[in-house]
Each structure stands twice: as C-alpha cells, then as structure tokens.
Write a protein that binds this ligand. Structure first.
Ligand code: CMC
Length: 433
C-alpha cells in the first residue's frame, strides 16, 4: 500500500487497521471492518448535519470556503457574473461546457418552446388562497408537474431526463411569475417568446396592459443575481434534491424537495429574514441593542455566517456592487444605511471575527429585490429560480453516478431497550404532548 493511508489502532482490541486515503478522504465504509466481536456491526462515523462527510463526487461546482472561491465547472463566479447570460450559465452547469453561439441559440430556442404551462396548472395556482406564500405555491406547482408529465418517471432514459430538465427550466419563470401575480390579484401574463429568458420573466411578472418596458440596468442586475445563485454544491436544498432523487422518484418530485428545503429561514429564506430584521431594528440608534442581543445568543444576525465560507462569501462581494448599480437607478433603499452600519460593526466585533462570520449572499440580495419592486415573501422564489439549473445538473449527475444508491443515513439509537407492551388501562400519563 502507498503512504496515502491512515493507520488506526483500536484500543479496545489492540488491532491495527490501514485504510486507503483517496482525495483526502477515507471511506466511512472501510471503518466497518473495525469490530470488537465478529457479530459486531462495525465502527460508524457520527456526523450530524454532515459537517465533514462527502456524500458524492461532483464535477459541477468548486468552493474553497477559506479563500472565498466559487467556480462553476472551473469558471470563476466573478467572470461568469460579468460576462455571461443566465441561460449560458444554465447550459454550462448542465452540459459541462460553455456553449458557442450556435449552441446557445439552440438552447434558448428549445427552452422557449417549453415556457407555457398546462392550463390546469393555472387553475391549480388559482386555487391557492389570496395570501398564499408564493414559495408554497411554487413548491406545490413544481411537484404537481410530475402528474402532468408521468413520462418523467422514466429516469433511465437520458433523452427523457434531458427533456424534463428543459421543461422545468423553461416553466420555472412562468410558475414563479404566476405565483407573484396571484398574490397581487393580477391576471396571469403568458410567456412572450420574443423575449429572452430573464426579459420574459420580468414581463410576466410586472406587465400591466401590454409589454412591460424594463429598465435594462435592473434587468441585468436580476440576471446577475440569478447567476450568483445558480449552484452552490452540496447545500441543504441540493442535498434534498439528491437525497429524494436517490429513491429514483421523478425529477419534479425531487426538485420540489429542494424548493421545500430552500424555503427555510436558515437557507433561501434568509434574504426575507434580513429585511424583517432590518425593519425590526428600524433606526440606527437601535443597532447597538440588537448587536448585544445577537452576542447574548438571543438573536441571529441574518445574512451573516456560512457553513462553508470562512473568510468571505464571494457572492456577497459581487452583490454589494450590484446593489449600488441598482440604487443608482431606484434611489437608495432606506434600509441600506442600517445594513451598512450593521456590517461595519459586525466586521469589527470580536464575536463575529472569532466565529468567522461575514455577510453572505443574502445580506444584500433582499435589499436589491425590494428596490426592484419585489415583495419580501417573493425573494425566496427568486432564489429558487436562480438555483434551478444547479438542482437539475446535480440531479442528473446523481442519476449517472454508479456509486450512488438510495440515500439512507445510519443512526445511533438512544431509546429504550426491549420492554413488554402495557395495556392501555395500566398506562400512566407520563408523556405530555
Ligand atoms: N448571527 C449570530 N451568530 C451566528 C450566526 C449569525 N448569523 N451564524 C452563526 N453564528 C454563531 C453561532 O451561534 C455559533 O456560535 P457558538 O459557537 O458560540 O455557539 C457559531 O457562530 C457557529 O454557528 P453555527 O450555527 O454552528 O454555524 P453553521 O455552519 O451551522 O450555520 C448558517 C451556518 C448559515 C446556518 C448560520 O451562520 C446562520 O444561521 N446564519 C443566518 C442565516 C443566513 O444568513 N442564512 C443564509 C446562508 S447563505 C444562503 C444559502 O446558501 O442558503
């Protein structure tokens, strides 16, 4: 064996084991040979929240959290955000390479072909309460698509998988815009295939009586935000897509699990939570009390901190620049002053420095979305729209990965040993709901 190994001595038995190290990783399954007795299950690793467990091999997105690096298929996020369109990035993530002009045109055409949703989807969306959260609507509508495309169950067929991915990428802006219109009590505006992907989404969202005349700077800013959100390797929602998809369910059901995960305030819901937090703080003079509460563990500074980035989030840097471009057009968002002051204090305070807490992608994105005219409860839908190509690429990679089986973590059982059943008349009321 080469010296790329790990030698373990089990002090319970004195036995030594040599495990191979590949890619700086040992196989958790190799630990199973470490036993005290023959009928022992073998050693496991305990890693709640997957703090240091790699669950797959992936060639899609590279992150170096210590150095603040994010690349899609090897391309730095800064260059993609500056030069690419969202559809180009979606192509890159899903096909592995940037398209040439002809490939990009074909890709845009095939997506346009699928932008309409079945009329029954519009009825389905109309059935939601007037105040339904648009993310809940998006979640419901995407999972409902699995009933409209039962052929999506045929996940062994590469052409079929491609068709379904194109369908969802094409329909996501339509569903997102319809959710927005429903919450505003506005009639749905159908896709206009003379417009490009982002332009079409903006038109379906904001148009009142005729084609919407977009502000080109704001539209490009929205496109950059979508690019910045397009993938982020094995985050909570992507892991949900992969985990649910590993049961070989259709892609729409798997992606709806990702949307559900993204809905949460610690993940995609953080941009909404940032705005609520800024509203709650209200004025600059309340910031010191708020920071005190955070340091006392009573509150969290939303939009700060990240599981992976420990020096800075490169997306946050880019987003701050976009924020100024947007505010140049719309006028300053009054909450920006509070956000900037919070950031200034947090970057100087030991509590945040020692825990390596820096602004993440969501600290400024909510302010930008608000300046663009999107309501707070819609921000996470915009995140979902951006993340869609990433979920689809990760799902495809998972299906093609022969080393993947159904996702099934182990547990350390902490409950009772076997005990005899107690008839109901003999039970004491020991458990409160
Ligand atoms: N405000 C105050 N303290 C924090 C924060 C925060 N935002 N984030 C982490 N901490 C503290 C935490 O209390 C803990 O302190 P201690 O060691 O004294 O117990 C320490 O920092 C480590 O935190 P953690 O919760 O163990 O870190 P994690 O890697 O599990 O959590 C996180 C990552 C993003 C969930 C967390 O930082 C957080 O809740 N941030 C606010 C929500 C947010 O902005 N989420 C968006 C993430 S970026 C978008 C995305 O990719 O989804």
């Amino acid at each position: 064996m080469s010296n790329e190994t790990l030698t373990i001595t089990d002090n319970r038995t004195g036995q030594k084991y040599e495990l191979p190290i590949t890619d700086n990783t040992i196989r958790a399954n190799d630990l199973r040979q470490i036993k005290v007795a023959d009928d022992d299950f073998g050693l496991m690793t305990y890693d709640p929240s997957f703090m240091s467990t790699a669950a797959c091999r992936s060639a899609i997105t590279f992150i170096d959290g210590d150095r603040g690096i994010l690349r899609y298929r090897g391309y730095p996020i800064e260059q993609l955000a500056e030069k690419s369109s969202f559809l180009e990035v979606a192509y890159l993530l899903n096909k592995g390479e940037l398209p040439n002009q002809e490939q990009l045109d074909q890709w845009a055409d095939v997506i346009k072909y699928h932008t309409y949703v079945h009329t029954n989807i519009t009825k389905f969306l109309e059935g939601f309460r007037y105040d339904a959260h648009p993310m809940g609507m998006m979640l419901g509508a995407v999972s409902a698509l699995s009933t409209f495309y039962p052929d999506a169950k045929n996940i062994q067929d590469p052409e079929n998988r491609y068709l379904q991915r194109v369908r969802l990428l094409a329909k996501a802006p339509t569903i997102a815009a319809f959710s927005f219109r429903h919450s505003r009590g506005l009639p749905f505006v159908f896709p206009d295939n003379d417009l490009d992907y982002v332009g079409n989404f903006v038109n379906m969202t904001f148009s009142i009586g005729g084609q919407h005349k977009p502000n080109k700077v704001l539209q490009r800013a929205l496109e950059v935000l979508l690019i910045l959100h397009a993938d982020h390797e094995q985050n909570c929602s992507t892991s949900a897509v992969r985990g649910v998809g590993s049961s070989r369910v259709d892609m729409y059901s798997a992606v709806s699990a990702g949307i559900a995960a993204l809905y949460g305030p610690l993940h995609g819901g953080a941009n909404e939570a940032v705005i609520k937090m800024l509203d709650e703080i209200g004025t600059l003079k309340n910031i010191p009390d708020f920071i005190k509460d955070v340091k006392d563990g009573k509150k969290r500074l939303m939009g700060f901190g990240h599981r992976v980035y420990k020096s800075y989030d490169p997306r946050a840097k880019l987003i701050k620049k976009v924020a100024y471009e947007v505010f140049d057009q719309t006028g300053l968002n009054p909450k920006l002053e509070i956000a900037l002051e919070l950031e200034r204090i947090a970057l100087e305070e030991d509590y945040f420095i020692s825990r390596k807490l820096y602004p993440n992608v969501d600290f400024y994105s909510g302010l930008i979305y608000q300046a663009m005219g999107f309501p707070t409860d819609y921000f996470t839908v915009l995140f979902a729209l951006g993340r869609m190509p990433g979920w689809l690429a990760q799902w495809e990679e998972m299906v093609l990965d022969e080393s993947q089986k159904i996702s099934r973590p182990r547990q350390i059982y902490t409950g009772h040993e076997e005990r005899p059943y107690v008839p109901i008349e003999n039970r004491k009321a020991t458990v409160t709901a």
